[in-house]
Design a protein. Structure first.
Length: 276
């Protein structure tokens, strides 16, 4: 939950932020490119204001919103960032803004600590941090294998050369295995945090089925109820009639299909009982 401050005018809020971050007036003036007297006049409440650019620089320095700095809100968390501040390319920002990527999934991934670590492992894969070491190791193994085959030339040496060659590894395979492991672990963690709706849906379906059975067998012998295919079909249709897209035409088609299936199943059951 975001920290909330007491209401305060902008000059008092700036003074509080400076005290909280242990920044003096000369230091702040140097950071935002103005004179110490400008800061002093603003904090004291005397005549004098800060420019829009100076307010933005102060907000970024203390990592608060300009609304908080100006006293418009009591919650300091910033909600708006420049693309450059976030390190996003224009194309990446466009994909987020236009909905080409699922922003809900992006948020869940970025909030996951394991995924954060994964981004650095992917960066190491891209710049060949570990691959260069494996490539050097493979080169040494190749050289050693070649020397054994060409210089020693004994059956034992040839066998040893083959064994050494088999020790060479695909340059990027280790990185890719590592990335896959971290990614799947992150996705599983997120899924676990979200939970599953299966249990809830199963409980709801069971409740609907129990209600349907009670209605269909009302007034009958519970141990030996009689339910026709037509009754069961109509009950099932009633349970979905309120859903989106359940037009009369669609419901009629569904009724015909369900009725045919249930009647066919009943006929097969009768044949089976007759055979017995």
């Amino acid at each position: 939950m975001a920290q909330e401050y007491l209401p305060a005018p902008s000059n008092v809020r700036l003074a509080d932020l400076m005290k909280e971050h242990n920044i003096s007036q000369p230091e702040l003036a140097k950071e935002i490119g103005c004179s110490k007297s400008t800061i002093s006049r603003f904090i004291s409440g005397a005549k004098g204001t800060l420019t829009h650019e100076q307010v933005l620089k102060i907000a970024r320095l203390f990592n608060v919103s300009t609304d908080f700095l100006l006293g418009e809100t009591n919650i300091p968390d910033r909600k708006n960032y420049d693309i450059a501040e976030l390190g996003l390319s224009v194309e990446a920002a466009k994909n987020l803004y236009t909905g080409r990527v699922n922003t809900e999934v992006v948020n869940l991934l970025l909030e996951n600590a394991r995924f954060a670590e994964l981004t650095y492992r992917i960066a190491q894969y891209f710049d060949d941090t570990f691959a260069s070491g494996i490539a050097a190791q493979n080169a040494m193994l190749t050289t050693l294998s070649t020397l054994l085959r060409t210089k020693v030339k004994t059956p034992e040496a040839v066998k040893a050369a083959k064994d050494i060659s088999l020790r060479r590894k695909p340059v990027h395979q280790g990185d890719l295995d590592d990335i896959e492991m971290y990614f799947m672990a992150a996705v599983k963690e997120i899924k676990k945090g979200i939970g599953s709706h299966y249990a809830e849906q199963e409980a709801m379906s069971k409740k609907v089925a129990e209600k349907m059975f009670t209605e269909l067998t009302k007034g009958q012998d519970v141990q030996h109820p009689t339910i026709t295919a037509e009754q069961l079909t109509d009950a099932m249709l009633e349970s979905v009639s309120g859903m989106e897209g359940a037009t009369p035409e669609a419901l009629e088609q569904l009724r015909n299909g369900l009725l045919g299936i249930l009647q066919s199943a009943a006929e097969q059951e009768n044949v089976h009982e007759t055979d017995e």
